[in-house]
Ligand binder design. Structure first.
Ligand code: GRF
Length: 226
């Protein structure tokens, strides 16, 4: 039989209750190497969070296998099953909400998300992009960097806002572009940066050091300067 506890006893229990790790829902479309870095960081306790679920819009995404290998529940919402982009977004938003994330992580998720969904998760959705934003938003960043002959490249973690790849910047990592670089050598080095900065930025959020307020990202109470 359950016994009713006095309010004092309940208060005492809530004081000693260990706080739950931040629940992450990770959205992918492909290989999922960033997902793997996040899973590994959680397992190593360098990231005090838990990947609660992985969602892919691509049924064949290898990242789904990575999730299954780590005993993480997976979901597929194939965008091709929806006539309208807004219907896909609506289904995705509903699923994510049922998973009760503290933070939603876009990790190589190759769909553009609409206003309603991005506003719904404002301040609790992050993305990683393979360029030094605001430079080179969009696709094919490594080839575009090489074509322009710029000497620096990198990766950016940012909060997601309705405008593509334009949300407040949280963390960046820079690499020099070398004379003999190709899109694939650049991609490889940028990926290595991503595996370091994405878990770090997520850890800041999970430990309540990072938040978004009035379109500004704050770390430890101070605005983050790009
Ligand atoms: C990464 O380069 C990330 O910056 C971009 O998509 C790529 C995903 O790679 N958004 P992976 O699926 O994590 O290996």
């Amino acid at each position: 039989m359950c016994s009713a506890k006095s309010s004092k006893a309940i208060e005492a229990l809530s004081l000693v209750k260990p706080s739950e790790p931040c629940r992450l829902v990770v959205l992918i479309s492909g290989n999922g190497t960033n997902l793997q870095a996040i899973i590994d960081a959680c397992a190593a306790s360098t990231l005090p969070a838990k990947v609660a679920a992985v969602i892919s819009n691509e049924p064949a995404a290898y990242g789904l296998q990575r999730a299954r290998d780590a005993s993480i529940p997976t979901h597929v919402i194939d965008h091709r099953d929806f006539g309208r982009r807004t219907d896909f977004d609506e289904r995705l938003k509903g699923l994510i909400d049922t998973l009760e994330p503290g933070l939603v992580i876009l990790a190589g998720f190759m769909r553009i998300l609409g206003l309603d969904l991005t506003e719904h998760f404002l301040g609790r959705m992050m993305n990683i992009h393979p360029s030094l934003l605001p430079d080179y938003p969009g696709l094919n960043t490594h080839a575009r960097v090489l074509a322009d002959g710029v000497n620096e490249h990198g990766a950016t973690v940012h909060f997601v806002t309705p405008e593509l790849d334009a949300g407040p910047i949280i963390l960046q990592s820079r690499i020099p572009v070398q004379a003999d670089d190709t899109p694939s050598t650049l991609a490889e080095r940028v990926h290595q940066c991503e595996y370091e900065i994405y878990p770090r930025a997520i850890a800041w959020f999970a430990t309540e050091r990072l938040h978004l307020e009035a379109s500004i990202a704050y770390l430890d109470g101070a605005p983050i300067k790009a």
